[in-house]
Design a protein around this ligand. Structure first.
Ligand SMILES: [Zn+2]
Length: 111
């Protein structure tokens, strides 16, 4: 059983892309987008959680799911979402803790 499958068993009301510690609810169909992690794992998710998962995983990609255009929107949204954004008390000083858009800005300022 993969980690994603276990999550589906534990939390049948939320999509598989929803992180167990992310308290937010799903938005839209639970299989709107498919997220592929860099280890070959696949997770079907709603558009909201697919974007958050995508922002949190290095080397992750999205594939279209049941909703046309949702994968593209999730990909674009992930750019400005911080990795593991539901940890609101975590310090945001390392580049790995910033969103990709913030990281680009920080990088430009360093040069
Ligand atoms: Zn979801």
């Amino acid at each position: 059983m993969t980690a994603y499958e276990r999550r589906r068993v534990l939390e049948p009301s939320r999509c598989v892309a929803a992180h167990p510690e992310d308290p937010t609810s799903c938005a839209g169909p639970l299989d709107a987008v498919t997220v592929l992690d860099s280890h070959g794992g696949k997770a079907a998710g709603c558009e909201h959680h697919a974007a958050r998962l995508l922002a949190s995983l290095d080397g992750a990609r999205v594939e279209p799911g049941s909703v046309a255009g949702a994968a593209t929107r999730a990909f674009q949204a992930a750019d400005s979402i911080r990795p593991f954004c539901w940890y609101t008390s975590a310090p945001r000083t390392e580049s790995s803790q910033l969103s990709r858009a913030e990281e680009r800005i920080a990088r430009n300022h360093r040069h």
